[in-house]
Design a protein around this ligand. Structure first.
Ligand SMILES: CC(=O)SCCNC(=O)CCNC(=O)[C@H](O)C(C)(C)COP(=O)(O)OP(=O)(O)OC[C@H]1O[C@@H](n2cnc3c(N)ncnc32)[C@H](O)[C@@H]1OP(=O)(O)O
Length: 205
């Protein structure tokens, strides 16, 4: 089915690469309010979000939000749903997703991401390259598990939280909404909503 991609930055490039590798959708173009180039990986950058209504009227029914900032991704996802688009789950062909995991609308699982059985990943969450979301984990809406991060079994990540690259959450530990775990941290204790922690073991930054 035809799909429009929103976001022509670095994350847009990564999501477009996933779409081209998967081959499940025909990408009609990329939208961006401040495009840096006329095309992304050979796909035309058509213009800004004002084109959403026209594309929908032309029968484009699917959209993907490819913006790395969690709050912006959540906002844009709402805007796309309101404009009548559906947000498919996007799985790189080299992602390993359990048939017993639950993925919300617009979830992106990049190459080498692993999502285990009975894990639940909320709408618009991003499980980035090589990240591991083990069995029974919960990843909140529009959260980001960055490249190489590991969520051990039963850990949870609140909505819009960021788990930085290479960080590790111990089994069952909870990270609150909009919290930030720095790259390379080892999280051994719960992280309150909105907190910023880093280091081994992770402490407030
Ligand atoms: C495909 C992709 O690339 S997806 C991108 C994924 N993104 C990430 O994983 C990035 C996660 N971000 C980080 O880890 C960042 O370093 C942050 C958010 C923790 C800090 O960034 P900033 O707010 O810019 O802070 P800044 O770099 O100025 O550092 C502030 C202090 O924190 C320390 N600090 C920075 N990063 C870390 C870290 N990962 N672990 C421990 N301490 C850190 C710095 O050494 C500095 O300490 P000092 O004040 O004693 O000198």
């Amino acid at each position: 089915m035809r799909l429009v991609l929103v976001g022509a930055g670095g994350h847009g490039k990564a999501v477009l690469d996933l779409l081209l590798a998967a081959g499940d959708h025909e990408v009609v173009g990329v939208l961006d309010e401040a495009p840096r180039a006329p095309a992304l990986l050979g796909v035309p950058v058509l213009g800004g979000l004002d084109l959403l209504a026209r594309l929908r009227a032309e029968g484009v029914a699917l959209a993907a939000v490819a913006v790395g900032d969690n709050a912006a991704r959540a906002r844009l996802g709402g805007l796309l749903l309101a404009a009548g688009y559906a947000l498919p789950v996007l799985r790189h062909p080299a992602a390993l997703v359990s048939g017993h995991a639950t993925l919300g609308a617009g979830v992106v699982a990049m190459a080498r991401a692993v999502i285990g059985p009975e894990a639940r990943v909320g709408d618009l969450a991003l499980v980035n390259t090589g990240a591991i979301v083990e069995h029974d984990c919960v990843v909140g809406e529009a959260a980001h598990v960055a490249p190489g991060a590991v969520l051990a079994g039963g850990a949870s990540v609140g909505a819009r939280a960021v788990i930085g690259a290479g960080a590790v959450l111990r089994p069952g530990v909870a990270v609150g909404e909009s919290a930030l775990v720095a790259a390379g941290a080892a999280v051994a204790a719960p992280v309150p909503a909105g907190a910023r922690v880093g280091g081994v073991p992770a402490r407030p930054l």
